[in-house]
Design a binder for this molecule. Sequence first.
Ligand code: ATP
Ligand code: MG
Length: 440
Amino acid sequence: MFFSKLFVPILKNNPTEAKIKSHQLMLRTGMIKQSSAGIYSWLPFGFKVMKKIEQIVREEQNNIGAQEILMPTIQSSEIWMESGRYQDYGEEMLRIKDRQDREMLYGPTNEELVTDIFRSSVKSYKSLPQLLYHIQWKFRDELRPRFGIMRCREFYMKDAYSFDLSDEEAQYSYNKFFISYLKTFKRLELSAIPMAADTGPIGGNLSHEFIILADTGESKIYTDKRIFDVNSDNIRIDKNSLLNLRNEYEKFYAVTDEKYNKNEFEKNVNKENRLNTKGIEVGHIFYFGDKYSKSMNASVDHKGKKEFVKMGSYGIGVSRLVGAIIEAKYDDKNGVMRWPLSVSPYDCVIIVSISKNDTSNLEKSVKLFELLKKNNIEAIIDDTDENFSSKIKKFNLIGIPYQLILGKNSESDKIEFRDVGKESNNYSIEKILEILKSKK
Ligand code: ATP
Ligand code: MG
């Protein structure tokens, strides 16, 4: 309940090694600590945010009928030899030998492992579709880890896999993930645009990357601006509605640089609608048919005939999203961050002016804290003895969206209330409760 008791190692100044604002802010506000190149520990504030993002991702996976499992981080090389990717994956894969000299690896992704789980237990087409996901650490030995947790070596990913009998059914599964991604990013207050993408080493020919616009993003994008106006609210999860939605998006040219073709861009998009900018990839979905099911012999019996299942895979960078939200929300010039309430480490902070021989303000803040708690509002009290204006500055950076301020002369029954980055107002506690409850 008291900020002075939390483990939040705040830095006075921007760390010089950090080049982009999310990396700076995460170090500055004690959310992460680097342990070695591209590998980070998550400290309480950072961890809380990531766990809240994870929970939103989870709920939207469950909403389309996907089932959660948990696969290990360490995998055996055998299944990767079966699929043919053991050599192909190259140096990004961290390879390990166990004491029996068996070749193991730290999973960069899980197509092989989930296919192995599927083939050993699903035998009939009647069990299809199956949509399975897990949220687990991945390791990729990136050539140039940088930008903090945006491109690191160990990162937290939600990856899902779909298994269907036919191409048409598999596209339906693909479209379910398509809508679940739009909903997930909307709940995080991000505007993520699905863009046609290359499938890379995963294989296949249908793929979308979900990109949020940001100057510091590593993806180059070429798009028709009108794609931002496609409305994805209130879409039903049936085959036709989902197909129509995808068609709505695909009407507009929107690609990442591997798919970019200058002539096509200029032919399809009027000059005034062309947008050529940078973005952050926060999710990526693939349809690759029987690429893995054939090589790994994952089939079902369909009325006496053996059919290789049609598969897709669907990733969200859960840890990268922490940084992506900062890139989207942090006002670097004024030093103001505002977390969406849905993922903020706390709902509000009570900032108290403390004087040595008068503890009445602190007592007042504890009462306020208890009242908020009763109303399911999670607060933290800044009881440190820093001066008042540096407390405000600190919390503008930390980004808890609502500040309740008990200043020196706060005698009256009104409390100063601020939506971070905006003007403050003096409200009664009833009014503040009403506002906070309406936002939850
Ligand atoms: P990128 O193009 O950024 O290297 P990718 O296409 O290799 O990513 P996918 O295999 O599609 O990545 O992984 C799914 C998601 O995991 C990505 O959309 C991204 O959000 C996240 N991700 C991938 N690599 C990293 C990384 N090195 N650090 C943090 N997040 C990552
Ligand atoms: Mg990708």
